[in-house]
Design a protein. Structure first.
Length: 284
DNA sequence: CTGGGGATGGGGCCC
DNA sequence: CGGGCCCCATCCCCA
């Protein structure tokens, strides 16, 4: 994704208030449908400062909220429109006066965590200020159409496309990493399941051997009891594990599942094929 | 070397 | 969200 339109540099005294932005994300600043990051997209132009006497603020929300309600042409995000019953998160976050008060965790840390560049592109003014000839005045950045949207909508198809691209990126970044090893999963449940392979909570009462899951322990207990509930219908041989019965059934099959590409010899198990190939196949 | 059994691990799916 | 289950894979060992 082209990043050029997302990059903005800041002079020393106009660094965005990360704590404020982070708070918006934690409360109302996240996309209600996809959880994506929503940041204020309008900056006060240097020529249009905040109310005199106000402390320096990176964003002038007051003017933004007024623009949000403009009857602009709208392109809806499918993800957001699907479950969009509540107010637009962007509008809420911008309109909420609390958003400009309490500090929070640095947004830059969150962006870093998400693998995003430190700062998102922020147009300086909306609506674009037009000169007498209709041309955009200085201070209007190309990405400005992205900022003001009616609830759930965007000004242009390009703006919507960029938004959806960002949401896809954020969705892909939503990974759950194991602290004990370098594995990561797409869901918390999968991660919890994996963590059991470290904690091994299922203990065998006979020998004390530990297992990650109860059914693994059950299979192990059969090695103590000698129970073999899985019987081969062809030879009446019994097995303690279904997978081993399945492997055994392959021995009754005329057509072996795994074939050597060099000599066309077939094997019942991939491990046998691998061992065959490692030993040099039928090559001289 | 080959075939096969035994035991175990782990991801995904369903309820 | 957790447990049970299925399926696949792998390693070890023995005949």
């Amino acid at each position: 994704m082209p990043r050029s339109f997302l990059v903005k540099t800041h002079s020393g005294h106009r660094v965005p208030n990360y704590g404020q932005l982070e708070r918006q994300r934690e409360t109302n600043g996240a996309c209600s449908a996809c959880g994506g990051l929503v940041v204020p997209l309008v900056l006060p132009d240097k020529a249009a400062p905040s109310t005199p006497g106000d402390p320096p603020r990176p964003w002038d929300f007051t003017s933004v909220v007024a623009h949000v309600s403009l009857p602009l042409p709208t392109f809806l995000c499918n993800e957001e429109a699907r479950g969009a019953s509540g107010p637009d998160p962007l509008e809420v976050s911008l309109a909420d006066p609390r958003a400009s008060r309490a500090p929070g965790a640095p947004l830059r840390d969150s962006l870093k965590h998400l693998g995003l560049p430190p700062l998102l592109a922020l147009p300086t003014r909306w609506p674009p200020v037009l000169g007498a000839d209709g041309a955009q005045a200085p201070g209007h950045l190309p990405g400005a159409e992205r900022a003001p949207r009616t609830p759930g909508g965007f000004r242009t198809p390009a703006a919507l496309a960029r938004h959806q691209q960002l949401q896809c990126h954020l969705q892909a970044q939503r990974r759950f990493a194991c602290k004990s090893c370098d594995k990561e999963y797409g869901s918390l449940g999968a991660l919890k399941m994996h963590i059991r392979t470290h904690t091994l909570p299922c203990l065998c009462a006979v020998c004390g051997k530990a297992f990650s899951r109860p059914w693994l322990l059950q299979g192990h207990i059969r090695t103590h009891t000698g129970e073999k509930p899985y019987t081969c219908p062809h030879c009446s041989r019994a097995f303690a594990d279904r997978s081993n019965l399945r492997a055994h059934l392959q021995t009754h099959s005329d057509t072996k599942k795994y074939q050597c590409k060099r000599c066309a010899k077939t094997f019942s198990r991939v491990a046998l094929l691998a061992r065959h190939e490692e030993s040099g196949c039928c090559a001289p």
